[in-house]
Design a protein. Structure first.
Lengths: 456, 233
């Protein structure tokens, strides 16, 4: 009998699950490019036990099932038994391993205990990418109906709902929201910054995590101000204004559909590329997969807003006050942009300039710990305790050790998770913010106004 | 006895060597073919080449990892150094290989060879101790992991004893025969055990990056195969 999962799953067909899992696995092996990879990994089993030292989940639980190599081996074992000649023969002769309902439940639990942060890969001499195996395992599981409800409802609304975004914000509400933010900026700073909407021919189409429109006013105002001051050419598209891509976390089918929509919106607006907001997974999903699903070499380029801001600041177009933020500040590297060594120094350069007291957490950059809510798990409220106390413990310890007042987490998912981690670990004085929230506080308005006068 | 020795270092050795070389070549070729197969179907055919090269080199020549972390990491690096260099450059081996294959190269001086052999043996013992002492390693280990340690240990120990008759309490010929046979077995087993990592390691960073290069139509094809093309989410 199937076990109750730690996360809510919508009702699905419970009959013959192992057989249907194998059917889905077979279809994916046949029609995707995972086959050769899985076959390669299945032959590589050194079991050297270096990876558990790097996994934040294992470090807390010490449980065998949380060893990265062990977790990956769960799926590889199914592959060896059912999809290799040797395994099929051995299975027939020795009857040694069979995919049961229980084994399936163990996988369903295990592959959602891993945040796919890929930290473990750093120390694997064999370069095994456990994040990839988790990614694949979740896809197969989702094809038989095992997937956290929190993620499916979001994707459903984004791909097939009326509003076409994960927060179900209707276009008029978006427009109101933007007008409201423009008013706020005017009131606070006496400055006219625009949130351009549906401007054809703008250079960049803006894709933040759509939840920022509800939760992160300061981040968005910071971005709009930076764009206005530096003459950035950007627009929000009413056809698609949500960078969130939960397909990255459970299904390549959804991943592909979501990034295709983004690329289509860029083409509709005759823009050059995607400007991803402060969001790790949205940025990686677009950067990593728009070329795959929307045109290969001719796909629209993808840039993260922090890269843009860093560039214009370096070019001298963005006047920022040195040391404007007096309290201690630290920076959390979102796994999806930092693990591969992609965006590391841009935010740090800016922070070191505008903060009087900036400290790095340790370890950091590529080796940084996941916030504990990666891989979409942050959306699953029913596992909050696991997320914050287990997966997020290393993060809490890191933050505490810095003694920082502000944690800059330039990612919608990390922000939610870091706030909850701080709440659950008694770090109530810590405030979690975006990079552009602090930039907004550090704008040298005198020089901005001067710049405007000079050019006028 | 002599006939046995000749067999073990003659035909049996050549057979084991052939199995090892062919088997490992096959594994390596499969790895490269798999990358080609992926890229042929991938929507994005580019790869982060610099990153791959850096990661591969850092594991092929793990100098930096030496000071890193743990006793285990250091032992592992030293073991690999000894285990790769000593057998290849030992004078007696060079002669034997030349006799079997016609290929020859300069040999190591005996003291250096001894040190490397002892590094290999010492490293192996530390690896064994870590495997049983460290909880995660113990949890992860299967019988074959201990088997492989033994498989590698025997030829090194018997080889060392054979080279130092003064330290060897056992009958010389028996030790020598055991050395030959265990070494043959070790070579033979390379392609069939986790020892294949010796040829897969140089390819693995490449495979792991290529792994994220998906077939753009995979999703639709999978949906069709599972009868879900028109199903709502
Ligand atoms: S990807 Fe992250 S959470 Fe998953 S096993 Fe590796 S280190 Fe642990
Ligand atoms: S570090 Fe790599 S090879 Fe070693 S146990 Fe972990 S996954 Fe296996």
């Amino acid at each position: 009998m199937p076990r109750k999962m730690p996360y809510y799953v919508e009702p699905y067909d419970l009959v013959g699950r192992p057989a249907r899992f194998l059917e889905a696995f077979a279809a994916i092996l046949e029609h995707s490019t995972y086959g050769p990879v899985i076959d390669f990994y299945a032959r590589l089993k050194t079991r050297c036990a270096r990876c558990p030292d790097l996994c934040p989940v294992y470090q807390v639980t010490g449980e065998k099932r949380d060893i990265p190599c062990e977790r990956s081996d769960m799926l590889l074992e199914v592959y060896r038994r059912y999809f290799t000649t040797r395994g099929k023969m051995k299975g027939r002769l020795l009857d040694d391993f069979e995919l049961t309902d229980e084994y399936l439940d163990d996988m369903a639990e295990s592959y959602w205990r891993c945040t796919a942060c890929r930290r473990c890969k750093l120390e694997c001499p064999m370069g095994i990418d456990h994040g990839l195996i988790t990614h694949l395992a979740r896809w197969i599981l989702s094809e038989i109906g095992i997937v956290p409800k929190a993620l499916v409802v979001s994707v459903r609304e984004q791909l097939e709902g009326e509003t076409k975004n994960t927060s179900a914000i209707p276009v008029p509400a978006l427009q109101d929201n933007c007008a409201f933010l423009e008013d706020e900026i005017r009131e606070m700073f006496g400055y006219e910054a625009k949130f351009p909407i549906d401007v054809k021919g703008a250079e960049w189409v803006f894709f933040p995590a759509v939840s920022d429109y509800l939760l992160e006013a300061d981040t968005l105002m910071g971005i709009a101000v930076v764009m206005q001051i530096t003459g950035g050419s950007w627009t929000i598209g009413t056809g698609d204004f949500d960078g969130i891509n939960y397909g990255l976390f459970y299904s390549d089918r959804m991943l592909g559909r979501i990034v295709r929509n983004e690329a289509a919106e860029v083409r509709r607006l005759e823009a050059k590329g995607v400007l991803a907001g402060e969001c790790g997974h949205a940025t990686r999903a677009a950067k990593g997969f728009i070329p795959t699903y929307a045109g290969g070499e001719n796909a629209p380029p993808v840039m993260n807003i922090m890269q843009y801001t860093h560039r214009v600041w370096k070019e001298g177009k963005l006047p920022l006050l040195a040391g404007a933020i007096k309290e201690r500040v630290t920076y959390h590297d979102p796994c999806n942009i930092a693990r591969s060594g992609w965006i590391l120094e841009e935010p740090r350069d800016i922070l070191k300039h505008i903060c009087a007291d900036y400290v790095d957490m340790f370890p950091n950059r590529r080796e940084n710990y996941c916030c504990g809510g990666g891989g979409g798990s942050v959306s699953i409220d029913e596992i909050r305790e696991f997320r914050t106390k287990t997966g997020g413990k290393a993060k809490a310890d890191q933050i505490r050790a810095t003694g920082a007042k502000y944690v800059v987490a330039p990612c919608a998912n990390c922000k939610k998770q870091v706030r909850e981690v701080c709440e659950d670990h008694g770090l109530s004085e810590v405030e979690t913010v975006g990079l552009h929230d602090l930039i907004l506080k550090a704008i040298d308005w005198d020089r901005v106004k001067n710049v405007k006068k000079e050019t006028a | 006895m002599d006939a046995w020795l000749d067999f073990a270092r003659g035909p049996a050795f050549r057979f084991a060597l052939a199995v090892m070389v062919l088997g490992l070549l096959r594994h390596f070729a499969l790895a490269l073919l798999s990358v080609r197969a992926i890229l042929r179907r991938a929507g994005d055919k580019t790869l982060p080449v610099t990153q791959i090269r850096k990661a591969t080199l850092s594991w092929l020549f793990p100098v930096k990892k030496l000071g890193h972390h743990t006793l285990f990491a250091a032992a592992s690096v030293l073991f690999h150094l000894g285990a790769i260099v000593a057998p290849l450059l030992l004078a007696a081996h060079v002669t034997l290989i030349e006799a079997s294959t016609g290929l020859a190269w300069p040999a190591l001086n005996p003291l250096a060879a001894d040190i490397l052999t002892l590094l290999a043996i010492g490293g192996l013992l530390v690896l064994f101790v870590v495997r049983i002492a460290k909880r995660a390693a113990r949890d992860l280990s299967q019988r074959s992991d201990y088997g492989v340690l033994l498989l590698v240990l025997v030829p090194f120990v018997t080889g060392f004893l054979a080279a130092h008759p003064g330290l060897n309490p056992f009958p010389f010929t028996a030790v020598l025969l055991l050395h030959f046979l265990s070494a043959d077995l070790l070579l033979f087993m390379f392609p069939f055990t986790k020892l294949v990592h010796v040829v897969l390691l140089p390819a693995t960073q490449l495979v792991s990056e290529a792994a994220w290069r998906f077939d753009p139509d995979a999703g639709e094809k999978v949906a069709k195969a599972l009868g879900k093309e028109n199903q709502r989410i």
